[in-house]
Design a protein around this ligand. Structure first.
Ligand code: C2E
Ligand code: CA
Ligand code: CA
Ligand code: CA
Length: 278
C-alpha cells in the first residue's frame, strides 16, 4: 500500500481505482453476495420529541460475509458506486425496504420508512420509473416512504434535482437531506428545493454537550429550517444531555444510540411493541 499519510480507507479505495482487475473482482464478489442473499437491512428508529412516538425507521444495509463476518456499509457502498453494482444493490434495497414497510404497516400504521439513496442511483434516468414500479408491485402507501439524499446528490444538477424532487412530492413521497452541514452547505439554496426534513450530521450532535458555539450552530440550523417549514432530525444522539439540549432548541426528531442502535426487522417489532406500551 502507498504510504501517503491518508487514512486506510482512502488507500484501499485509491488502489481499487487504479487496478481495474481488482475492481472487477470486487464487483463479482458483491454481485455474488447479492445473489446469495448476504445483505440485510437493519432499522434504526427516529423519535418524535413532542409526542414521544417513533415516527420513522431508517433502513441501513449490512453485509454478512460468510468468512469475514460483518462488513460496514461505509466500506462497500463507495466501492459498489464505483463498480456500478450500486444499481442492482439499490434496486434490492428499495424492494426489501418496501416489503418490510408493507408488513410493518399492518401493526404500526404510522411509522414511516426512511431509505438512503446513493447520488448515482438518484441521477439515473429511470430512477423515478423504477421507484414507481416498486411501490405499485408491493402495493405500499407512498406517504409512508421517505428518501434520504445528501447534498452531493442534489447540488451538482440543481435544476434536474428540483424537477425530480417535485415529482417525488407529487407521488406523496417525502425527502430528507442527509448529513446536513458536511457538504456543499446548501443553506442559501435550501428554499429552492422542495424538501421536508433536514438531518443534522452527527459531527454537530457530538459537540452539543461540550461547546456553546456548536449549540449555537445547531440552534441556527433548526430555526432556519423551521422558517422554511422543514422539520429537523438530529443524528447520532447518544446522551441524555444531548437530547435535552435538542429538546430545548425545538428540534423535532432524534435518532441515535440514546433511543436505539440499528436492529434486524424481527427485533424492530419487539422494540416498537415495547415502546408503545411504555
Ligand atoms: P448515514 O446515512 O449517515 O447513517 C447513519 C450512521 O450512523 C449509521 O452507520 C448508523 O449505524 C450510525 N449511527 C446511528 N446512531 C449512532 C450513534 O448514536 N452514534 C454513532 N457513533 N453512530 C450512530 P452505518 O449503518 O454504518 O452506515 C454508514 C453509512 O453508509 C450511512 O450513513 C450511509 O451513508 C451509508 N448507507 C447505509 N445503508 C445504506 C443504504 O441502504 N443505501 C445507501 N445508498 N447508503 C447506505
Ligand atoms: Ca442516512
Ligand atoms: Ca446521516
Ligand atoms: Ca453519514
Amino acid at each position: 500500500a502507498k504510504k501517503n499519510g491518508r487514512n486506510q480507507y482512502a488507500l484501499y479505495h485509491d488502489e481499487m481505482h487504479s487496478d481495474g482487475k481488482q475492481l472487477f473482482q470486487l464487483e463479482t464478489a458483491l454481485r455474488k453476495a447479492l445473489d446469495r442473499g448476504e445483505f440485510e437491512l437493519y432499522y434504526q428508529p427516529q423519535l418524535d420529541i413532542k409526542t414521544k412516538q417513533i415516527r420513522a425507521v431508517e433502513a441501513l444495509i449490512r453485509w454478512n460475509h460468510p468468512e469475514k463476518g460483518f462488513i460496514s456499509p461505509g466500506m462497500f457502498i463507495p466501492l459498489a458506486e464505483e463498480s456500478g453494482l450500486i444499481t442492482p444493490m439499490s434496486d434490492w434495497i428499495m424492494l426489501q425496504a418496501c416489503e418490510h414497510l408493507k408488513q410493518l404497516q399492518l401493526h404500526f400504521p404510522n411509522v414511516k420508512m426512511s431509505i438512503n439513496i446513493s447520488p448515482i442511483y438518484f441521477q439515473q434516468i429511470d430512477f423515478l420509473e423504477k421507484l414507481q414500479k416498486t411501490i405499485e408491485s408491493v402495493n405500499v402507501n407512498p406517504r409512508l416512504i421517505e428518501l434520504e439524499l445528501t447534498e452531493s446528490a442534489v447540488m451538482p444538477h440543481a435544476e434536474q434535482s428540483v424537477e425530480r424532487l417535485t415529482m417525488l412530492k407529487t407521488m406523496g413521497i417525502s425527502v430528507a437531506i442527509d448529513d446536513f452541514g458536511t457538504g456543499f452547505s446548501t443553506l442559501s439554496y435550501l428554499h429552492r428545493f422542495p424538501i421536508d426534513i433536514l438531518k443534522i450530521d452527527q459531527s454537530f450532535t457530538k459537540q452539543l454537550s461540550q461547546y456553546q458555539e456548536d449549540s449555537a450552530i445547531v440552534e441556527a440550523i433548526i430555526m432556519m429550517a423551521h422558517s422554511l417549514r422543514i422539520q429537523v432530525v438530529a443524528e447520532g444522539v447518544e446522551t441524555k444531555k444531548q437530547y435535552q439540549v435538542l429538546e430545548k432548541q425545538c428540534c423535532d426528531f432524534v435518532q441515535g444510540y440514546y433511543v436505539s442502535k440499528p436492529m434486524p426487522i424481527s427485533e424492530l417489532y419487539e422494540f416498537l411493541d415495547m415502546w408503545n406500551h411504555l
